[in-house]
Design a binder for this molecule. Structure first.
Ligand code: F6P
Length: 490
């Protein structure tokens, strides 16, 4: 990593590890879930990191209580030391924060998922959920301020939509602290934000601008944020330099696409867990295999993907029995009604397509709804076509992870609304996520490409991801922090 070792306070809702008990009642540590945790793991290896996160399990709460609210020592994947500070929020406030505001309100607005004829409706319940969002953010801010008292020279790095309000609170307590915030999901255009009451959208945008740096994956999301700052707050925006003046402060707004830890995937691809699942896959594989790997999230556009496969089979009946779609879906946010309903929709469409086209042993769609990451990596190695057709996506790391370890010169079909599209569109087949017929055509094209063309595209994607890996992204983020720290002290 290019940047020198530095002190960082990383603030993210999910911790890098979560605690539980094994069958003998002994405390055990489990790897934290989610792409963000994976992406930030190399940071621990190279820098002096304190990670501030929500206590997720009952055991996490016990650990937090035993630490008296302070930080405990943790060990990274390859034995590096870091500190973990778990914030035990009031239980019902945390439930409302996570299940009623961060997801679905903010997630839905930022992925353009609302059907505005019906939702959102800001009744008493949503105002109460907002109050809980404020409360949890205040809890995070208090933990950061305490941590800064112990590590005054540390830079604070907030992540994601759970924590939009914390920077303003930290800034009031520590006017000279270096604060940065990375938003891992899309930023919609100002008109869509107007579905949120004025006070809420002002609080969110105003607090983000209490940071020295606000980062996005692509210029598309960054430019929307700049437009929002001007339109919704009346802030002074300089689009060329990406700076915003608001409330007497200047914030640098950047765009840099996150990537993957290529060494981790190389290691995983040859691990026994993955090889075992790969052997099973190979034994059962059809002539051509289309895969998708996603959380069961409406933003991932899983139902339209299956309908596109249905249309492909209808138009190319000769593919029946020869091409299978394997969907490995991680059940996500299942106690949020919209997510539970989306899972039912997924199951219904799969049943419909399989009833319509299945024959004998062959089922056109095979779905596994469970968390089995080694199985996903095995499928990454074996696909002929990877479908990543998100409605909107901040980045979509599957589109970077899978080509890295694929062994069959698989073709990538990519949504034009995924952040990763800007980097990989030259070598992928681009689709409009709403255009089911277009996706059916893309499936046909991908499954019929000449071997040399497939190889050229697959090699180019792999080379691109290897060159622009997670280390490069982290180095850019830290260089931006150095730039604003230098400006502040000059
Ligand atoms: O950036 C989006 C994100 O926070 C990812 O880090 C993560 O993979 C995903 O959402 C998971 O969300 P949750 O914490 O709700 O499971």
């Amino acid at each position: 990593m290019a940047a020198a070792r530095r002190k960082l306070i990383v603030v993210a809702n999910r911790p890098p590890v979560s605690y539980g008990r094994d069958a003998d009642g002994q405390r055990v540590e489990r790897r934290g879930q989610g792409g963000l945790v994976t992406a930030l793991r190399p940071l621990i290896a190279h820098h002096d990191v304190t990670w501030v996160a929500s206590a997720m399990s009952d055991e996490d709460r016990l650990v937090a209580a035993e630490a008296g609210g302070g930080a405990i020592d943790g060990l990274g994947r390859t034995g590096e030391l870091y500190r973990l500070r778990l914030v035990a929020h009031e239980h019902s406030a945390f439930e409302r924060f996570y299940k009623q505001f961060a997801n679905p309100v903010l997630w839905f607005i930022q992925h353009y998922l609302w059907n505005l004829a019906d939702e959102p409706s800001f009744d008493g319940r949503l105002y109460e959920a907002w109050e809980s969002y404020v409360e949890v953010n205040d809890g995070f801010a208090a933990a950061v301020v305490e941590q800064l008292a112990e590590e005054p020279d540390a830079a604070v790095w907030f992540h994601d939509y759970h924590l939009y309000l914390a920077p303003a609170v930290v800034r009031r307590a520590q006017p000279d602290a270096t604060l940065s915030h990375f938003v891992h999901i899309p930023w919609p255009a100002p008109d869509y934000w107007t579905a949120l009451p004025d006070a809420m959208r002002r609080a969110i945008h105003g607090s983000l601008l209490a940071n020295d740096v606000v980062g996005f994956h692509t210029a598309r999301w960054r430019d929307n944020f700049l437009d929002c700052a001007a339109r919704l707050l009346g802030a002074e925006v300089e689009p060329e330099s990406g700076t915003v003046e608001h409330d007497g402060r200047r914030t640098l707004v950047t765009a840099c696409p996150i990537s993957v830890d290529t060494a981790e995937f190389d290691e995983l691809a040859t691990s026994e867990e993955v090889l075992e699942r790969e052997r099973e896959l190979v034994r059962a594989r059809p002539e051509q295999l289309v895969i998708r790997v996603d959380r069961t999230d409406p933003a991932k556009n899983i139902v339209r993907g299956f309908r596109a496969f249905e249309l492909y089979l209808e138009r190319h009946p000769e593919s029946c029995g020869r091409v299978t779609m394997l969907a490995l879906l991680d059940p996500s946010r299942q106690d949020i009604p919209q997510y539970a309903a989306y899972r039912r929709e997924i199951e219904a469409v799969v049943q419909h397509v399989n009833n319509r086209f299945g024959r004998g042993e062959w089922q056109p769609i095979v779905v596994e709804i469970r968390d089995d990451f080694p199985k996903s990596v095995a499928a990454y190695k074996q696909y002929d076509v990877l479908l990543a057709n998100s409605i909107y996506d901040g980045m979509n790391l599957v589109a970077k992870e899978a080509p890295l370890v694929n062994t069959r010169d698989g073709v990538l079909i990519l949504s034009e609304n995924a952040g990763v599209d800007i980097e990989l569109r030259e070598w992928a087949l681009t689709v409009n996520p709403f255009d089911i017929a277009g996706q059916a055509d893309a499936l046909h094209e991908a499954l019929s490409l000449a071997p040399a063309d497939r190889r050229r595209r697959a090699d180019a994607i792999r080379d691109h991801v290897r060159e622009h890996d997670i280390e490069a992204w982290l180095a850019t983020q830290l260089a931006d922090l150095d730039r604003v720290s230098a400006l502040a002290s000059s």
